[in-house]
Design a protein around this ligand. Structure first.
Ligand SMILES: *Cc1c(COP(=O)(O)O)cnc(C)c1O
Length: 419
């Protein structure tokens, strides 16, 4: 069941009218459905019920503490990409033994923090990083669990900005060089080789690139075994897509079946790093129409949400469904929905047929739970939006709207400028 539905003309989030949330939290606001988060987590978890596995939610998609705690309560771990994310994960009560650490630019202090926290493993993305982790683990008198993030050179057939597993990408270690790096790692005194990792891209709508990747990695794993290197974990990354518009990605159950079939004989503990799939359709963003305007060639609906709140349309030309929070408009128009930011790239929808919104109407942007708030900024000195979690007939503000003092936090005017 979908948890953002109309009752009569009114859009609801679970059992709560969206307009009642806005009355308390204002706009722009992100609204997440707790039931949807749980359902998506369970769908992924159940898809691998037949084999040992851990779902390590890729928290860069949405790192609010309440979202993390929702998954922690269901036994989830996380995939982190910074020390800041580790801090959030620990605050939310994620078990450190279910934390994997990806990213091409891990800094010394972040590696140290992760070692002290006792995370499961580092997904190593370069030869130099491997040396650095060995050194830092040595200085702390400990051993670092690692996997090598292998770049399998597989095309995920998605947007170029979210393609990560091709040779030209900055991510991972080329599959041809990985065996040598594993041998080097196995000989390091402060490294414990425990896994293999890959992540080929985001918003995949086909299973075949995942299967191609597994087949390539299996050949590498066979080579590792010949070299006496035995692994425990096989981390398949994230990337399973969702429906924003007309896409029809495989369901988690189908994805699970295909992967279990390919990996069953290997006897490895599987790790998954889904981000978008768990949170994307569990959230919406709601803004308010300020003005409408008829340009020379186009109609514009100007709302109080902008590219600083939801960057995906500006960044990737992404599609977010547009719906009226109260369906009482008179007919429809074709228009662009734009925000107040002084950039022509500041749009949330383009050339879209939509209800004939008027000043004061609330506009919902669908499928905004992933890479929505998490990518937001203060550009144009706009305080970041509030975030709300709905559960049944109740809701909680899980992040206060920023205020003007938040905007200048940490700034100083030097003495030489004082008059
Ligand atoms: C972003 C990312 C993910 C999650 O990608 P989704 O498409 O949101 O599932 C998983 N693993 C790594 C290493 C990532 O960078």
């Amino acid at each position: 069941m979908h948890h953002f539905q109309y009752r009569g003309n009114e859009l609801y989030a679970e059992e709560v009218a969206v307009k009642d949330i806005v009355a308390k939290a204002g706009t722009p606001v992100y609204i997440y459905s707790h039931a949807t988060l749980e359902r998506h987590f369970r769908a992924m978890d159940d898809a691998f019920a037949a084999v040992p596995h851990t779902i390590c939610y890729s928290m860069k998609a949405n790192s609010n503490l309440a979202v993390l705690k929702t998954f922690a309560n269901l036994g989830g771990g996380v995939d982190i990409v910074s020390g800041g994310e580790l801090y959030r994960a620990l605050k939310a009560g994620i078990d450190p033994k279910k934390i994997v650490y990806s990213g091409v630019g891990k800094k010394d202090d972040e590696i140290e923090y992760a070692l002290k926290a006792g995370i499961l493993m580092f997904n190593v993305e370069s030869e130099e990083e491997l040396d650095r982790i060995n050194e830092i683990a040595g200085s702390l008198g400990t051993k670092a669990g690692i996997a090598i993030r292998v770049n399998p050179d597989v095309d995920p057939e998605t947007h170029p900005y979210i393609t990560t597993g091709l040779k030209k990408a900055k991510f991972g270690i080329n599959i041809e060089r990985s065996l040598d790096q594993y041998k080097r790692a196995a000989a390091m005194p402060h490294i414990e080789v425990i896994g293999i990792d890959c992540h080929i891209g985001s918003q995949l709508t086909k299973i075949s690139p995942f299967v191609d990747t597994i087949r390539k990695l299996k050949r590498l794993i066979a080579g590792l075994e010949e070299a006496g290197i035995r692994l425990t974990y096989f981390d398949l990354g994230g990337g399973l897509g969702i429906t924003y518009d007309e896409e029809a990605p495989p369901l988690p159950a189908e994805y699970g079946r295909a992967i279990v079939e390919e990996t069953r004989d290997m006897g490895l503990h599987l790790i998954f790093e889904p981000g978008r799939n768990l949170v994307g359709n569990a959230g919406i963003m709601v803004g308010k129409c300020l003005y409408t305007k008829k340009g020379e060639e186009k109609n514009f609906v100007i709302v109080d949400a902008a590219m600083n709140d939801l960057a995906r349309p500006s960044l990737y030309g992404s599609f977010h469904g547009v719906q009226a929070v109260c369906k009482d408009q008179d007919g429809s128009i074709v228009a662009d929905i734009v925000g107040p930011i002084c950039e022509s790239g500041d749009f949330l929808a383009k050339d879209r047929e939509m209800p004939r919104f008027r000043g004061g109407d609330l506009v919902a942007f669908m499928s905004a739970g992933a890479y929505g708030f998490a990518m937001s900024s203060n550009y144009n000195s706009r305080p970041r939006a509030a975030e709300v979690m709905v559960k049944g007939d109740t809701f909680t503000i899980i992040r206060e709207r920023e205020n003007r003092d938040d905007l200048i936090k940490g700034e100083n005017i030097p003495d030489f400028l004082q008059k």
